[in-house]
Design a protein around this ligand. Structure first.
Ligand SMILES: Nc1ncnc2c1ncn2[C@@H]1O[C@H](COP(=O)(O)OP(=O)(O)OP(=O)(O)O)[C@@H](O)[C@H]1O
Length: 256
C-alpha cells in the first residue's frame, strides 16, 4: 500500500470536518474523492499534503507516518498537491513558472551536493537538465506550444494545467489534485482527462477531488464518497456511483 490512512479526524473547534476516515491508495491507481460542499474533501487532501495536521489518526506513506510532517517535508517524500486555482505571476512565462517549480525536483533528484558541484563547475550542465525536464513535462501536459506565453495571457484551463505541470516537474509519486476540472468547459475536461491518463502511464498515482461526477466517474478506478466528513461508500467507482446512499446524498438524481 502506497498510502494508508487510518482513523483520520480533523476538528476545527466544535466542527468535525473529517470524521474517522480510513482508506488506502495502491501504486498506479487513480482514486477519486467525491462529495458535496462542506463534506471534507479539501480538508482530507490538505491533511495528506501536510498543509493541515490531523487531530487524530494516522497517515502512513510506504509504511512511515507522515501525519505530523510539514508540507515541504511531505512534498520531499514525493506527495505533491496541486491547487484549485494556481497562484501564477501574470508577467512570467510558462517556462519560467516551470523553472521556479523545479527547485524541489533539483534538490530531491540530484542532491544538494551535486547541485552545488554543477553550479560551481558547469552551470550549463544543470541548465540542460532542467530544460529537458521542463520540456518533457510541458509536452506531457499539452503545454509545449505555450512555453513562451506569459501566464496573464493563458486561458483558465491552461492556467490550471500549468499548475499540474508545475506539480509534475517535482516528479511526484502521488499527485493530489484539488478540483482540477472546476470551471473548465467540455473540451478542456476531455484534454484534462487525457493528460491525467498519460500521467498515470508515466508512473504517477493520482488522488483527485472534484464535484464533477461525470469526469471523475470516467477517470477514477476507485472512489471514496464523503458526507459530513465521513466515508459513506468506497470501492469501484461505478459501484460507488450506484450506491443508493451516495445517489441520495450527493447526486439528487442518478449520475447527475
Ligand atoms: N480552516 C477552517 N476552519 C474552520 N472550519 C473549516 C476550515 N476549513 C474547513 N472548514 C469546515 O470544514 C468543513 C469541510 O470543509 P471542506 O473545505 O473540507 O469541504 P469540501 O468538501 O472540500 O467542500 P467544497 O467542495 O465546498 O470545497 C466545512 O464545514 C468547512 O466550513
Amino acid at each position: 500500500m502506497l498510502l494508508d490512512i487510518q482513523g483520520l479526524i480533523k476538528r476545527f473547534g466544535g466542527l468535525t470536518a473529517v470524521s474517522n476516515v480510513s482508506f488506502g491508495i495502491e501504486r498506479g491507481e487513480i482514486v477519486g474523492i467525491f462529495g458535496p460542499n462542506g463534506s471534507g474533501k479539501t480538508t482530507t487532501l490538505n491533511l495528506i499534503a501536510g498543509i493541515l495536521q490531523p487531530t487524530e489518526g494516522s497517515i502512513l506513506w510506504k509504511g512511515n507516518e507522515i501525519g505530523r510532517l510539514a508540507s515541504f517535508e511531505v512534498a520531499q517524500q514525493g506527495l505533491i498537491k496541486t491547487f484549485q486555482n494556481p497562484q501564477l505571476f501574470p508577467e512570467l512565462t510558462v517556462a519560467q513558472h516551470m523553472r521556479i517549480a523545479c527547485h524541489l525536483h533539483i534538490k530531491r533528484a540530484l542532491g544538494i551536493g551535486r547541485v552545488l558541484t554543477l553550479l560551481r563547475g558547469t552551470p550549463g550542465e544543470l541548465d540542460g537538465v532542467l530544460t529537458r525536464k521542463i520540456d518533457q513535462m510541458l509536452e506531457l501536459c499539452r503545454l509545449a506550444d505555450k512555453r513562451g506565453e506569459v501566464a496573464g495571457a493563458l486561458s483558465y484551463g491552461s492556467e490550471k494545467m500549468l499548475g499540474v505541470a508545475m506539480g509534475m516537474v517535482c516528479e511526484p509519486e502521488l499527485l493530489l489534485l484539488d478540483e482540477p476540472a472546476s470551471g473548465l468547459g467540455n473540451d478542456e475536461i476531455s484534454n484534462l482527462d487525457a493528460v491525467l491518463r498519460d500521467l498515470r502511464t508515466h508512473g504517477v498515482t493520482l488522488c483527485i477531488i472534484d464535484h464533477k461526477v461525470g469526469f471523475l466517474g470516467r477517470l477514477a478506478d476507485r472512489a471514496i464518497a464523503l458526507h459530513h466528513g465521513a466515508i459513506i461508500a468506497v470501492g469501484k467507482t461505478t459501484d460507488v456511483l450506484d450506491n443508493s446512499a451516495v445517489v441520495e446524498a450527493y447526486l439528487g438524481k442518478k449520475h447527475a
